[in-house]
Design a protein around this ligand. Sequence first.
Ligand code: TRP
Length: 468
Amino acid sequence: MSVQREQWGSRIGFVLAAAGGAIGLGNIWKFPYVAGQNGGAAFILIYLAASLLIAFPILIGEIFIGRKGQRNPVGSFRIVGQNRSIWTSFGYLGVLTGFIILSYYNVVAGWSLGYIIEALRGVFSGFEDPLMAGFHYELLMANPKWIIGWQAIFAAISVTVVYAGVQNGIEKYSKILMPLFLMILLFLVVWGIILDSEGKGLAFLFKPDWSVVKGKTILEALGQAFFSLSLGMGAMLTYGSYLKSDDNILSSALMVAILDVLIAILAGIAIFTAVFAMGLSPDSGPGLVFKVLPAVFAKLPGGTLFGVLFFLLLTIAAVTSAISLLEVISSYFVDEKNYTRHKVVVIVGIITFFLGIPSALSFGYWKNVTFFGLNFFGMLDYVSANIMLPLGGLAIAILLGWQLKKNDVITELRKGAENIVDASPWSLLSSKVYLSQRFNNGLIWHWIIRYVAPVVILLVFLYSLGLI
Ligand code: TRP
């Protein structure tokens, strides 16, 4: 175990990789549809509060455990949790959660991949009525060959990337592709705002109607904050395990969180302005983005090209997220079970593909097979994102807040606070003065992680169960 562990080349390497893993379908596909189902603005405000108050501090905690443990989630939880099996079991829970999330993530990422081809074929330009985009989506969903085929191809792509170890190459491309994605998104935001001349979309996004908030709304907002930041199953922990000991966790985490939330909000604006401008319904569920954006591209000059580019970039964003999931699961089997890496990656890839098939079918053939009112896909998503991830977060908070000594935790957290030199536009936010004076003494963070985060997560659980 004395082998020197690989480390990020630079702090920006960590930020890019972690942001690349965090930004994905969760921001562009899931956030708008869950917000739409939960009534819009009130949900979004709760999501923002959950991100700031709970998810961000836990993100710091998760990276912390990875850097301290220098291992995969199981190994790091074991070391940082001083060998107590209760902590180690949360590492296992993470690996299990990873399997589940990856299984259905592949399905939706497959849609995005398939939509590149739909766009290339010029299908979108034939949508004279916005509703036609929705019919086209339904048509594809009724075709299991289409869904499972693209799911398989997407899964094969992410397996190949992890197998060949070209993630570093992806990091390089991310520097170009992420800003490009951001630009397209910004364009769609502006276009959407122009379309939404009556401002109904913006009102839906920013004028909260608190009467729609139920226990489930709060739980889903918390789950979305976790899912979007890739939190609570060990992905960020694994990235943290490659972080240098003199890099400052807090400032790195801040950049990742800001980018992630920003992209989700932009996607929300782009989608809901278009939804209302075209008279579509905001609560149409997992198909929302695929029903709305093609209708937007249909009317946009150069829409075909835009459509191709958009779904291409979305697919790439999904690849960088999927590989973060695959990587965590694989690193567990490699580190702890001594399996060879190549073998593990392929086997895990195949298992998650088959595990995803019922999810794929639940949009067509198995539409009517339901559990507690959710189809198979919906159930997996609900349980993993809204229960398993926050449970993982709860474990992180209790481990750091209650099990470890406050002084040790704070000393580790403060490392690198003096090294924050940053030439990026974010330097204003992450500047030494700002951070070290405000938060970087770690006391506020420790207080949140010890009292606020665990209590709030527990309350949200109880509230959504109707127990309080
Ligand atoms: N956060 C990613 C997204 O928004 C998905 C993801 C990648 C994820 N790794 C994860 C979600 C780990 C939860 C846990 O698309």
